[in-house]
Design a protein around this ligand. Structure first.
Ligand code: PAP
Length: 274
């Protein structure tokens, strides 16, 4: 609720939004690389030595530290990320010209990813049985509200205001990352020039931010990250499989059908299919 009162969106903000475990870190890496491509060359890039969580801040981290004023000190244009539902954003989000990129993913893979992630938290989390966690997910328990409500809020905006909300699916980005990198650059107002396309710059962005590349870097493998001092987790926790459909290795077909059915019902009539 504090976010509603204190976060002020700027006209040139770019805000990356997702439910947890939809591939936020990948989107952060891609957007950061696209925006800063004239500042950093690919051989000496900050992502080679800095965890992607560090190069694009979460609005919630400022909020958790009670220092949202620090977000005001960031220079424009700001590249920010959040897991917040749209309904928790302040009025300034709707009235400003800021851009929102929303990343969604098959909820079965999201659930499995989240369960593994939570079990890797070193401090600040009690381990939980997969079946118990699954039932809670199906009932909509999440710090950001039910998974489907979160997606739907942003989906509806992306239909009525496509110039302000870009809705992307993880699975589509996996099957054609180049197309999405080009689209993302266009949407955030920094399209690749013909020369850049001829020189293979979009390919370089895709390669730098690929799961294989990022997950193999020391900065993303060794050590711990602290999230607003309450949670400590392994840096590698953000890079597990990076695949579509890994849920089959952890959930039964029956669980998969149950979740599919719930999600289908919740999204009925919206045009959104997950
Ligand atoms: P967050 O919500 O805590 O920020 P987030 O980055 O959204 O996490 O999700 C992590 C997932 O993205 C992991 O999925 P998995 O558990 O199914 O493997 C992680 O492996 C995946 N991921 C991380 N980097 C990439 C990447 N470069 N390409 C594709 N998937 C990635």
């Amino acid at each position: 609720m504090r976010l509603q009162n204190s976060f002020k969106a700027r006209h040139d903000d770019i805000i990356l939004v997702s439910n947890p475990k939809c591939g936020t870190i990948w989107l952060k890496a891609l957007a950061f690389t696209i925006i800063n491509r004239s500042r950093f060359d690919f051989d000496h890039h900050p992502l080679l030595t800095h965890h992607p969580q560090r190069v694009v801040p979460f609005i919630e981290i400022f909020q958790g530290n009670n220092d949202l004023s620090n977000i005001e000190k960031l220079p424009s244009p700001r590249l920010l990320a959040t897991h917040m539902p749209l309904s928790l954003f302040p009025e300034s989000l709707a009235t400003s010209n800021c851009l929102i990129v929303y990343l969604c993913r098959d909820p079965k893979d999201v659930f499995v990813s989240r369960w593994h992630f939570d079990n890797k938290i070193v401090v600040g989390y009690n381990k939980i049985d997969l079946e118990v966690a699954f039932n809670m997910f199906c009932e909509g328990f999440s710090e950001n509200g039910p998974f489907w409500d979160h997606c739907l809020e942003y989906w509806k905006e992306s239909i009525t205001k496509p110039e302000k909300f870009l809705f992307i699916k993880y699975e589509n980005m996996k099957s054609d990352p180049m197309k999405h990198v080009i689209r993302l650059a266009e949407f955030i107002g920094v399209p690749f020039s013909d020369k850049e396309q001829q020189d293979g710059v979009p390919e370089e962005v895709v390669r730098l931010c690929s799961f294989d590349n990022l997950s193999g870097l020391k900065t993303n493998q060794i050590g711990e990250l602290s999230r607003d001092d309450r949670i400590v987790l392994e840096r590698s926790a953000f890079f597990r499989e990076g695949k579509v459909g890994d849920w089959v290795n952890h959930m039964s077909q029956e669980m998969g059908r149950k979740l599919d059915h719930i999600v289908e019902e919740k999204l009925k009539g919206s045009g959104l299919v997950l």
